[in-house]
Design a protein around this ligand. Structure first.
Ligand SMILES: C[S@@+](CC[C@H](N)C(=O)[O-])C[C@H]1O[C@@H](n2cnc3c(N)ncnc32)[C@H](O)[C@@H]1O
Length: 424
């Protein structure tokens, strides 16, 4: 529902929420965060009350729009592509790690260290500083803020930012051009990705031909899961994994380098977890000694569209897989699983859940989900789905796939594991 609050009313709501959050922090002995150069691990307001923190961010955003008005506000929105482009340069050149956590580095020093000319580096960093990524003090000296320090201290998070910048955002910026060219399409072959990269290949086919970007993408998948918008901890907490039998076999389909599988196997040592992915991904994983240490995790090349080779597993888990595929392809993936399923086998799909229209909030949480939804549109002409849409996919694949329900946790209300059970 559209808000109709004046700036006065908004500021009152902001004051009430802020007081409540600060009191909670005080009660929990948590220092209220600032964007200064505090290099302790950044503890944000969501650590006390995720819902209230999101609401506060939404109110502050609304206040900003009212303060700027339509001309300024929408004009800036239109060019906010440079919020992303500057962040991309910062991550690609690993600049947070080039600035000391205590002290400063000059633009000239950073230019020498990262090999980018000083003029462009300075302009890019001065833009990033408007978003509180670094600060300049005194003139010519770059220092950390809490945000840039967070980037310096969380390499997985930077991997994720590099993937967004180098692999995803070219397609994201081509969305208007692609929809102008193909206004009615649902084809994966007419997604913005193809126009951005001037290729007829689908995203994963193209990635196969670009091993450097493939590697960047695989690291980014671990990055988003361990430090980005959708954390895999949510999946570990949301599903009752303990209720599976001792020695359960779990197949992590499209499991990338096995970052989720390794965490699951570590917390459930009796499980056998099999990670399946495309050949290039598995071939690169098995070369990495550190990935091969868990004895209850194995890796297997398998194409999602071919018949599932692991028969009678207890769970077939797919995380961030369905949102890479239009509906028809998701149904094909489920159908390819059917010959392998024993009675009671569970299929778990982990994605964002799009709420039904009447429950949709105009909030920052919705924005994060919508950003992912539009990214899947740009890359694949795919989507994030509602519960009804997910149920429909199971039903179209087989009447034997009985939808059991959803698994969520309050700290991460947008994320969901959808569960279906195979019944004979
Ligand atoms: C968005 S990533 C998600 C990775 C991981 N599940 C996670 O949550 O981080 C999707 C994965 O599906 C894999 N994939 C795409 N098409 C596939 C196919 N036809 N067969 C097997 N894996 C595929 C990709 O290589 C990629 O690792």
């Amino acid at each position: 529902m559209m808000s109709a609050r004046t700036i006065g009313q908004l500021s009152e709501c902001i004051a009430v929420l802020t007081k409540k959050l600060e009191e909670e922090m005080k009660g929990n002995n948590i220092k209220s965060p600032t964007l200064g150069d505090d290099n302790e691990s950044f503890v944000d307001l969501s650590s006390v009350d995720q819902k209230a923190a999101m609401e506060l961010a939404g109110l502050a955003g609304e206040l900003q729009h009212l303060a700027l008005g339509p001309r300024q506000s929408i004009g800036m929105m239109a060019l906010s592509v440079h919020d992303a482009s500057t962040l991309g340069v910062v991550a690609v050149f690993d600049i947070p790690r080039l600035v000391p956590l205590q002290g400063s580095a000059t633009f000239a020093e950073l230019s020498t260290k990262c090999g980018m000319d000083q003029d462009r580096l300075t302009r890019i960093l001065r833009y990033a500083m408007i978003n509180h990524v670094f600060r300049e003090e005194p003139a010519g000296h770059v220092r950390h803020t809490a945000f840039s320090a967070h980037m310096a201290q969380n390499p997985h998070f930077c991997d994720f930012l590099r993937t967004i910048a180098m692999v995803f955002n070219p397609a994201n910026t081509f969305l208007p051009i692609a929809i102008d060219r193909y206004p009615q399409t649902q084809s994966i072959h007419q997604a913005a990705h193809g126009l951005a990269r001037q290729t007829d290949k689908t995203f994963y086919g193209w990635l196969h031909d670009n091993p450097g970007l493939r590697d960047n993408f695989d690291k980014g998948m671990e990055g988003i899961s361990r430090g980005g918008q959708r954390m895999q901890d949510t999946d570990l907490k949301a599903y009752p994994w303990d209720s599976l039998p001792e020695g359960a076999v779990v197949v992590d389909m499209g499991g990338s380098g096995g970052h989720f599988a390794r965490d699951l196997a570590e917390t459930h040592v009796s499980f056998s977890v099999i990670v399946q992915d495309l050949p290039l991904v598995i071939q690169s994983v098995v070369k990495q000694d550190s990935f091969m240490q868990a004895t209850n995790v194995t890796y297997q090349e398998h194409d999602l569209f071919n018949e599932q080779p692991v028969k009678d597993a207890d769970v077939y888990f797919m995380r961030h897989v369905f949102h890479n595929h239009p509906d028809e392809e998701c149904v094909k993936i489920l159908k390819a699983l059917l010959p392998a399923l024993k009675a009671g086998a569970r299929i778990l799909i982990s994605e964002y859940m799009v709420p039904p229209a009447e429950e949709l909030e105009n909030s920052m949480g919705t924005k994060a989900m919508r950003q992912m939804d539009l990214m899947t549109m740009a890359l694949f002409n795919a989507k994030e789905r509602t519960k009804a849409e997910m149920v429909d996919l199971f039903q179209r694949a087989s009447p034997r796939l009985s939808f059991q329900g959803t698994h969520q946790i309050p700290e991460d209300p947008g994320s969901c594991i959808f569960e279906a059970v195979y019944r004979l």
